[in-house]
Each structure stands twice: as structure tokens, then as C-alpha cells.
Design a protein around this ligand. Structure first.
Ligand SMILES: C[S@@+](CC[C@H](N)C(=O)[O-])C[C@H]1O[C@@H](n2cnc3c(N)ncnc32)[C@H](O)[C@@H]1O
Length: 285
């Protein structure tokens, strides 16, 4: 009896300093982050000078540069534009990404390996929503600046328009590599779904020689991204194709500048928008 009372007292004593410390400072807490946005609780990256973050209002966070107006994403406005635009419904993007089949029950599963500012993903999701074939998009973005902007915009959009888009900050080559292993060996994967209808790849095109970096959107963010690495980009396409092939069907769509070479030694099954500013190399399985 005496011994057990002692043990309880002992335990209580041991726990005291721990409980007195609570609540624990969150390991995710970053003190420099200005309230109340961004929505993303995971990071608030430091941008290289002269770029900076600014809070526009309670729901918008923007990147600033001295030579331009603050840049932020508004997916609600973008979706409205897509709905109004007849051109979008006939766009090469939509034609390239049209699925092999339309499952009646489940949404089409898409991995956007290069989410960037989410423009293509949002356009596709909006167009599919109107055609009664909803998409479920798993987005991957490697760079903190576009990731932050897109994450905040997705979060804001969700409050008015619930959507099926998740976004993680990671290297898509690594994620696809693990997913491929998962399909063959059953090891862990971060991808939300087993079967993927479409893997979308839109790596940065090399900057045009002599052109000053445009200070808007992706042009502005180009300064904040790692240099183009064609070997890595080709590996990404190879991995995407291997996954779709090995799972037994689906498509890989690779967006390219009109004059850029394909990112694979194999010829695409077909090309959409060959004569336009950008084309889409489609690999069908
Ligand atoms: C041309 S942008 C994509 C634009 C996007 N499709 C849109 O509509 O906004 C290319 C993006 O892919 C990202 N990226 C390139 N390689 C990647 C990789 N291996 N993993 C994850 N993101 C990658 C870059 O950081 C950049 O933000």
C-alpha cells in the first residue's frame, strides 16, 4: 500500500514539469508568419530579395516585387472565367486530358506532378465539373513560393466551393518513384489513390534568350524556382509512363513549348495543339 502510494506520488511528481509546460510550443510554429493568413500551417518560406510576402486581406496572401503589383491567386475568379469561356471548353488542354473512359461512380484520378500556380489543374477541374465528370486531383509542387500561393488559394476556394484537389510540397520524381514501388511491392505511397487515370507533367520551359524575365505569374516565379534540369524532367516522364503502363492503362500528358523537344525518347501516341504556342504530348496505354 505504502509502496503503491509512493509510486503514484512519484509519477505525479515526474509528470508535473511536463504538464506545467503545456501547451507545448508547436514544432510547426514559425514566429515570423504574419496573421491571419496564410492558410497553410506548414511553412512560410523566406523569399530571396527583392521578393517578399504581403498579406492582402484576411484570405489572400501575395508575393511582392518592387517592379510589379502584389501577385496572388484567386481560383474563384479563375473558375468563373473558365465557365464563361467557350474557348476553354475546346482547349487543347482539355482535349489532351480527355480520359480513355468515363467511370460512372468514381471521379477521374489525376496526379498533377508540377502543380505550379495550379492554373491547369483548376481549369481542368472546372471544365470537368460542368461536364458531370468530376476530377480528383493530387497535386505535387516542389518549390515553396508557388506551393504557398496555391495552397492558400485552394484553401480559400474550399470555403465557397468544396473541391477535390489536394496539394503536397514534394519532389514529384521521388513521389512517383515510391508510388511505382508501391504498385509492385506494396510499400508505402503518399499518393491518394491506387489507380491513376492521368498523370500530368508541365515542367518549366527553358527561358527564352535575351528576354527579360516577365514579372507576373509564372514569369515572376521563375526567379524563385530551381534551374531547369532536363535529365530530371525526362526521368519524371519516364516514371509517369512506367506507372500508367504497369497499372494497365491510362494516359500521361506532357505540356511542351511548341519548339521544345519531347521529354522522352519514344514518340508520343499523339500530339494535341501542334501548331499552337504550347503543345501536349499524349502517351496512351
Ligand atoms: C510550368 S510550371 C507548372 C505550371 C502549372 N501547370 C500551372 O498551370 O500553373 C512548372 C512547375 O513545376 C514544378 N516542378 C518542376 N519539376 C518538379 C518536380 N520534379 N517535382 C515537383 N514540382 C516540380 C516547378 O517548381 C514549377 O512550379
Amino acid at each position: 500500500m505504502y509502496a503503491s502510494t509512493l509510486t503514484i506520488l512519484h509519477l505525479a511528481f515526474l509528470l508535473l514539469p511536463i504538464t506545467s509546460l503545456s501547451p507545448f510550443p508547436s514544432p510547426l510554429h514559425v514566429p515570423t508568419r504574419p496573421p491571419p493568413v496564410p492558410a497553410n500551417p506548414y511553412l512560410w518560406c523566406q523569399l530571396p530579395t527583392p521578393y517578399n510576402w504581403t498579406v492582402i486581406d484576411s484570405s489572400h496572401v501575395a508575393v511582392t516585387h518592387p517592379t510589379t503589383t502584389p501577385f496572388y491567386l484567386d481560383y474563384t475568379a479563375q473558375i468563373q472565367t473558365v465557365y464563361k469561356s467557350r474557348a476553354a471548353a475546346k482547349s487543347s488542354l482539355l482535349r489532351a486530358c480527355r480520359p480513355n473512359h468515363f467511370p460512372n461512380i468514381t471521379p477521374l484520378k489525376v496526379i498533377d506532378t508540377t502543380f505550379g500556380l495550379g492554373s491547369d489543374a483548376i481549369t481542368l477541374a472546372a471544365l470537368h465539373a460542368t461536364s458531370n465528370h468530376p476530377l480528383s486531383i493530387f497535386g505535387i509542387e516542389q518549390s515553396p513560393a508557388p506551393y504557398e500561393l496555391s495552397y492558400a488559394a485552394l484553401d480559400h476556394l474550399h470555403s465557397s466551393t468544396p473541391h477535390n484537389i489536394t496539394l503536397i510540397m514534394a519532389d514529384a520524381n521521388t513521389i512517383l518513384h515510391h508510388h511505382r514501388n508501391h504498385l509492385t511491392n506494396g510499400t508505402a505511397t503518399l499518393v491518394d489513390f491506387e489507380y491513376v487515370d492521368l498523370i500530368y507533367v508541365d515542367v518549366m520551359f527553358p527561358a527564352k534568350k535575351g528576354s527579360a524575365s516577365p514579372k507576373k505569374g509564372m514569369g515572376m516565379l521563375r526567379d524563385l524556382l530551381p534551374a531547369v534540369n532536363v535529365t530530371r524532367d525526362c526521368e519524371l516522364v519516364d516514371l509517369a509512363r512506367a506507372i500508367i503502363r504497369e497499372q494497365g492503362g491510362g494516359r500521361v500528358v506532357v505540356k511542351r513549348d511548341r519548339k521544345s523537344p519531347t521529354l522522352s525518347e519514344d514518340k508520343p501516341t499523339f500530339v494535341v495543339g501542334e501548331k499552337e504556342r504550347v503543345r501536349f504530348d499524349v502517351y496512351l496505354y
